[in-house]
Ligand binder design. Structure first.
Ligand SMILES: C[S@@+](CC[C@H](N)C(=O)[O-])C[C@H]1O[C@@H](n2cnc3c(N)ncnc32)[C@H](O)[C@@H]1O
Length: 314
């Protein structure tokens, strides 16, 4: 091969020889192709799977820990029992697309609504306590309360609330919601009101499960097929024994037709109001009573989908 040929030709990635000018053109074409690489998403979120390595902040594990509570973006710790906003951020990223409607049937201080608005999602929230509805409404503008975040005062277990949600969905141009969030009272751990419809005010834990199932049924009926739901809940101790509210509620969700996709354990230490003064008392009680102090709660993920039939072994 002459010297001229050696200068004009160079080895390409595939091991062939081609003129330098052609190689340059090929590289330009390759770069152009990389720029227009199509976005690959699932029908239930906007995560570009062709760039999945960029989503380092999106949690995919079953252990969630956040160093501190997010206080920017309109969030504040203004309600004993509200969840940390990062839960909503993670869930809405994984299970919603832009403009989707998130239905929260225990709206409380509206953490879900605030984060939905911040992330350009829409939200319908139902809350039993009128004073909370009034307070949370003041966090949004009049326009936002029509277009982005609809708040309904009512009992989420009732047919009346279900009809009101349907009417709001219709105004928002949808037949059903695209994501469901359930963050109920953890039975009677924090008493939210004296109302008989309040899940924190049930005479027995069995009654709590029954009311929870009614709320979850409304949620199931209002959720779009193949979409997801999240249940955030902790357990409790009563009468010197452990009561697994979470797994009992999971059972009710499954009975309604939801399929469990994930059970996440979330560290709650540091996210709560300081238990400094009572910490020693709890430690004494734990040591003397033979139980352990709660440091976690659960985030359970469900999908409204039909399970493929598994062939039975004969
Ligand atoms: C654990 S808090 C939810 C907190 C909320 N995720 C937040 O970040 O602010 C539970 C809420 O459910 C409400 N609640 C209880 N029973 C209800 C019912 N039957 N229908 C609607 N809301 C109810 C309580 O008043 C309370 O505000």
């Amino acid at each position: 091969m002459s010297l001229t040929l050696i200068i004009l030709y160079s080895k390409t990635l595939v091991g062939e020889f081609m003129p330098i000018s052609s190689k340059k053109k090929l590289n330009e074409k390759k770069a152009a192709l990389e720029v227009v690489k199509p976005i690959k998403t699932k029908p239930y979120n906007d995560i570009d799977l062709n760039n999945w390595k960029l989503y380092e902040n999106v949690k995919t594990g079953t252990w969630w820990e956040f160093s501190s509570r997010e206080k920017s973006g309109g969030h504040s710790y203004d309600y004993h029992g509200n969840y940390i906003p990062q839960i909503a951020t993670q869930l809405l990223t994984r299970y919603t697309k832009k403009n989707d409607i998130v239905l929260d049937l225990f709206f409380g201080s509206g953490t879900t609504g605030i984060e939905a608005k911040n992330m350009q999602r829409r939200c319908i929230g139902v809350e039993l306590k009128q004073d909370m509805v009034d307070y949370v409404s003041s966090k949004f503008t009049k326009k936002e309360l029509v277009v982005d975040v609809n708040i309904i005062q009512g009992d989420s277990a009732s047919l009346d609330a279900k009809e009101k949600i349907k009417a709001r969905l219709e105004i928002m141009g949808e037949k059903s919601a695209q994501f469901l969030i359930l963050h109920p009272p953890y039975d009677d751990i924090i008493k939210f009101s004296d109302k008989k419809e309040d899940l924190s005010n049930c005479a027995t834990t069995e009654e709590f499960y029954d009311l929870f199932k009614k709320v979850a049924k409304n949620g199931y009926d209002l959720l779009e097929q193949n979409r997801f739901a999240a249940l955030i809940i902790g357990d409790k101790y009563a009468n010197s024994r452990y009561v697994s509210l979470a797994f009992e509620c999971q059972k009710r969700m499954e009975e309604l037709g939801f399929v469990t996709k994930a059970v996440i354990v979330k560290n709650i230490t540091g996210n709560e109001k300081a238990k400094g003064k009572t910490a020693n008392l709890w430690r004494y009680r734990a040591l003397s009573g033979g139980f352990n102090i709660f440091e976690h709660e659960y985030i359970m993920i469900f999908q409204k989908t039909k399970l493929k039939k598994v062939k039975q072994k004969v």
